[in-house]
Design a protein around this ligand. Structure first.
Ligand code: NAD
Ligand code: MLT
Length: 318
């Protein structure tokens, strides 16, 4: 069997650079968005490759129905919307673009931290309603001297540490896979989770969503936290238990939360609506990677892998 990529379907809004690069290497490209599962199966009939971002759900059903599919690429970090097990069983390669959007995701997390400190979002909303509520939105606090806990010290977590220490924050963190040397080099104090909760003023999560991190921050964790802790999630919805977060906001244990990601996207369930409408919550609709620079990089990163895979595979005829 030889893998040769004659035709690739791009089914989400991926930067045009991806299509351009594939075409330059004589790969036919079809771009069609918002396809239903049945339409996606139909479009994939003659495609060896599929490129997605977040919207297309590459389910077991899609994978099992596809006759010619050989590679699925995601122009982004995680592969959460691709059933990797089903793909692997069928011998379909799954690849992603893990590097291109780290700085953008980090910058959004840092912006959310600074916004939480100073009531920026509600004060702006009040100004837009033509109000002048200095008293109401005073009482923010400096980041200087506060303790920021970073859970997950991979690409994005490390970038956050590099930037936030320049605000004068003390950086502590937890990641079972990074060495003390790596942490020391970034002036991060590595601690056990139970030692982190009582001392952190801000907690930002940057892990993947895996069984070990699902509901990592939950009711019992909030009970161990410093009263007034602020929480940031620009990683994956579900790492912080959203119902427990709402309860912690209502009880005052948590003084603010900034969320870019949700266990359900878009968030329509009643509990998520209640969380979003809480006055101490600020939110963005999964914008971490949505900068021009990141989107260009991930588009090129995924296309280059398709191109190199195509060349190699056609030469070696596996
Ligand atoms: P990464 O793989 O470089 O880093 C993740 C880190 O989490 C690793 O160092 C890993 O050792 C650590 N980790 C794994 N299990 C852990 C655990 N139980 N406790 C603590 N740490 C643990 O990934 P990254 O590129 O830094 O991405 C981090 C997260 O951000 C991912 O969930 C990714 O999907 C998400 N992301 C979101 C956006 C966005 O648009 N909001 C953009 C890019 C990435
Ligand atoms: C990612 O996994 O890269 C991000 O969540 C952003 C995206 O979905 O594009």
């Amino acid at each position: 069997m030889s893998i040769h990529l004659n035709k690739v379907l791009i089914s989400d809004n991926v930067d045009k650079k991806c299509e351009e690069l594939l075409r330059q290497h004589n790969i036919e490209v079809v771009s069609k968005f918002n396809l239903s599962p049945a339409e996606l199966i139909k479009e994939l009939e003659n495609c060896e490759g599929l490129i997605v971002r977040s919207d297309t759900k590459v389910t077991k059903e899609i994978i099992e129905a596809s006759k010619s599919l050989k590679v699925v690429g995601r122009a982004g970090t995680g592969v959460d919307n691709i059933d990797v097990n089903a793909a692997t069983k069928k011998g379909i390669i799954v690849l992603n673009a893990p590097n291109g959007n780290s700085v953008s995701a980090c910058e959004l997390a840092c912006s959310l931290i600074t916004c939480l400190a100073r009531n920026v979002v509600p004060a702006c909303q009040s100004m837009k309603e033509l109000k002048w509520e200095r008293k109401k939105y005073s009482g923010g606090s400096e980041l200087n001297g506060k303790t920021l806990a970073i859970i997950g010290l991979g690409k994005i977590g490390k970038e956050v540490a590099r930037r936030m220490k320049h605000f004068g924050m003390q950086i502590i963190g937890f990641d079972p896979f990074i060495s003390d040397e790596e942490a020391n080099a970034l002036s991060i104090r590595k601690l056990k989770l139970d030692d982190i909760w009582p001392i952190a003023d801000y907690i930002t999560v940057h892990t993947p969503l895996i069984p070990q991190t699902k509901n990592l921050i939950n009711k019992s964790v909030f009970q161990k936290c410093k009263p007034g802790v602020r929480i940031i999630n620009a990683a994956r919805g579900g790492i912080i238990n959203e119902e427990d977060l709402l309860e912690a906001l209502e009880s005052g244990i948590c003084a603010g939360a900034a969320l870019d990601v949700f266990s359900e996207e878009p968030p329509v369930s009643t509990h998520l609506q209640s969380l979003l409408s809480h006055p101490k919550v600020i939110a963005t609709p999964h914008l971490g990677a949505s900068t021009k620079e990141a989107q260009t990089r991930v588009a090129v990163e995924v296309a280059e892998q398709f191109v190199s895979l195509n060349d190699t595979r056609s030469e070696f005829q596996i």
